[in-house]
Write a protein that binds this ligand. Structure first.
Ligand code: CP
Length: 336
């Protein structure tokens, strides 16, 4: 694999192609290429907040000799409308139908972050909003997190497990954890697929009512079938964590109450015990790693004792964001 056109979904790559991309990330870390992308410009359009994605893409681009500009609509630039056919008599002065091709004309590749709308599950599962914008972009495009995907996070998490020598077939538990409100399905969807594509024994641990949508589970199971992995789900914490190599915590909203804040609030009210603590690891492997994509609400989703303790790999995951994204940018822009 030499050049890639877009980086939208890890599922667009074969397992071997992901391994190849991670080898390039390792190479760029051990043998820096500070002029590889000299003269190249990356545009970054953030329709939602960020810390890691925003900073790591700019830093990575600079480390490869290129530059980046950031646009955060409504914060110094016009608010943008994303809906087709909208009557724009509200706050948004600019439509993505103009904004995206304009921004693309200034850069060599564009990254877009556009979270789920959180109203219509079928529309979000189909990535309708992100794909509308993708279809407006004439340049190589990077998914900085869409409704049901976060391929940059997934790639960094795969690398993190490789660095930690987590076995390819190791047991990977994706656990739902508590949060004051519903969060999108992007990270759980990308994570369950990534671990399945890596070839792992994946268990989705979640309370009743929080099963991931069928489309997400089917996609992960297809990846597992291709890589020799396995995907199952349960609400039983003890069996899920038994002999686990990795516990990956994530907050997400119930598909049963999608777009219904009151229903969601009632459903999660009794689930405050889903905050990861050391007692969860009683039956896990002694060296079981703890992962989370960040940001994380301390002592709501994950206890201080975990985040500050020896199992936590959250800083390493975040650091790996820059490393793997440099490989993605290299593939997108070097010689392109
Ligand atoms: N994990 C992640 O994407 O972090 P940000 O939302 O801060 O970019």
């Amino acid at each position: 694999m030499n050049v890639i056109r877009n980086f939208l979904d890890l599922a667009d790559l074969s397992r071997d192609e992901v391994v190849d991309l991670l080898a390039l990330a390792q190479s760029l870390q051990s043998r820096p290429e500070p002029t590889a992308l000299a003269g190249k410009i990356l545009g970054l359009l953030f329709l939602n907040p960020s810390l890691r994605t925003l900073a790591s893409f700019q830093a990575g681009m600079q480390r490869l000799g290129g530059t980046a500009f950031v646009v955060t609509p409504g914060q110094g630039t016009w608010q943008v409308e994303t809906r087709d056919g909208a009557v724009m008599n509200g706050g948004a002065a600019e439509h993505v139908r103009e904004a995206i091709p304009v921004l693309a004309s200034y850069c060599d590749a564009l990254g877009i972050r556009s979270f789920a709308e959180g109203k219509d599950l079928a529309a979000d599962l189909a990535e309708e909003q992100f794909m509308r914008m993708a279809n407006l972009c004439p340049k190589p495009l990077v998914n900085l997190e869409s409704a049901v995907n976060h391929p940059c996070q997934a790639l960094a998490d795969w690398r993190t497990m490789d660095e930690l020598a987590v076995p390819r077939t190791g047991k990977f538990v994706l656990s739902w954890v508590s949060h004051p409100r519903a969060l999108p399905l992007a990270v759980p969807a990308a994570t369950v697929h990534m671990a399945a594509q890596r070839g792992m024994d994946v268990v989705v641990l979640r309370p009743e009512g929080y099963a991931l949508p069928d489309a997400i589970m089917h996609k992960a199971r297809a990846a597992a079938a291709a890589s020799g992995g396995n995907v199952s789900e349960t609400a039983d914490r003890e069996s899920a964590l038994r002999d686990a190599h990795v516990v990956y915590a994530k907050e997400w909203g119930s598909p049963l109450h999608y777009g219904d804040a009151d229903g969601e609030a009632k459903a999660r009210a009794p689930l405050g015990g889903w905050c990861v603590r050391e007692s969860w690891f009683q039956h896990a492997r002694a060296d079981c790693h703890f992962m989370h994509c960040l940001p994380v609400r301390r002592n709501v989703a994950v206890a201080d004792e975990i985040l500050d303790g020896p199992r936590s790999r959250v800083i390493r995951e975040a650091a790996n964001r820059m490393v793997v994204q440099m490989a993605v940018l290299h593939r997108l822009l070097k010689g392109n």
